[in-house]
Design a binder for this molecule. Structure first.
Ligand code: FES
Length: 102
């Protein structure tokens, strides 16, 4: 996969010293990463979607935060249910999951 159809960046509060410490990490964003990866696998979309965990996006109070490219849509307040809705509406449906857009 050189150029995936979708690239999902999820803040896990990664720091340059290798630690994960911050608001999104405290809000279980690692589980959000795992949920996206599981949904992608379950839906047989591994050829189309790449998931990358990141450092802070600078809007911690809206976390956990994810950004979906190529559209550059920001989502916040993520939960397992939110991930399923984003997968249904955005990744598979091609429309923004407005309920979680920030
Ligand atoms: S720690 Fe996630 S946006 Fe700041």
């Amino acid at each position: 996969m050189v150029s995936p159809k979708y690239h999902i960046f999820i803040c896990t509060s990664c720091r340059t010293n290798g630690t994960q410490k911050g608001f999104c990490h405290q809000k279980d964003s690692v589980k959000i990463v795992e949920k996206f990866m599981q949904e992608i696998e379950d839906r047989d979309l591994t050829a189309d979607c790449m998931v990358t965990n990141t450092g802070c996006f600078g809007i911690c109070s809206r976390g956990p935060v994810a950004v979906v490219y190529p559209e550059g849509i920001w989502y916040g307040g993520l939960t397992a249910d939110a991930v399923e809705e984003i997968m249904d509406q955005h990744i598979e449906g091609g429309k923004i999951a407005a309920k979680y857009q920030i």
